[in-house]
Design a protein. Structure first.
Length: 146
């Protein structure tokens, strides 16, 4: 393991801490992701975060947002497509695994895990993966999320 790759047990902790920070930023600015990005330096933090943690976070917030639906009035974007797909997959996985947990979903080898890994490890799409994470985090804050 190199010094950029987190130990498996720390990946979940780092992802949960990052999730709390993103949630704090969004709630501070009442869901205004752009203001939160600027004020809290999300793009720089995201770039410094290991891809394993980014993947775990994407799956974690998808899990938490699994009870929500996409806003049909929103303009389509790559991040919205990823957010929709991850949310749908998390909801379906939860139906298939009624006793499943967030940790099991985030570490299980399924299509969302592969897609989240592809997005998280792609350094050229850091903005897309961050936007996806912020969209999912905002959805997870909705009362109907779970």
């Amino acid at each position: 393991m190199n010094d950029r790759t987190p130990a498996p047990d720390s990946t979940e902790q780092e992802a949960c801490s990052l999730h709390e920070f993103l949630t704090h930023g969004l709630t501070t600015f009442e869901g205004d992701a752009q203001q939160a990005r600027i004020t809290f330096g999300f793009p720089s933090l995201w770039a410094l975060t290991s891809p394993e943690v980014r993947r775990y976070l994407l799956l974690l917030v998808a899990w938490e947002a699994r009870g929500t639906t996409a806003d049909e009035n929103q303009t389509p974007s790559t991040a919205r497509q990823y957010a929709w797909a991850f949310t749908q997959h998390a909801a379906e996985w939860a139906k298939q695994h009624p006793d499943g947990t967030a940790a099991a979903f985030c570490t299980g080898r399924h299509s969302a895990y592969i897609a989240a890994g592809s997005l998280a490890f792609d350094r050229d799409d850091l903005e897309v993966s961050l936007d996806t994470a912020l969209l999912l985090t905002a959805r997870a804050l909705k009362p109907e999320a779970r």
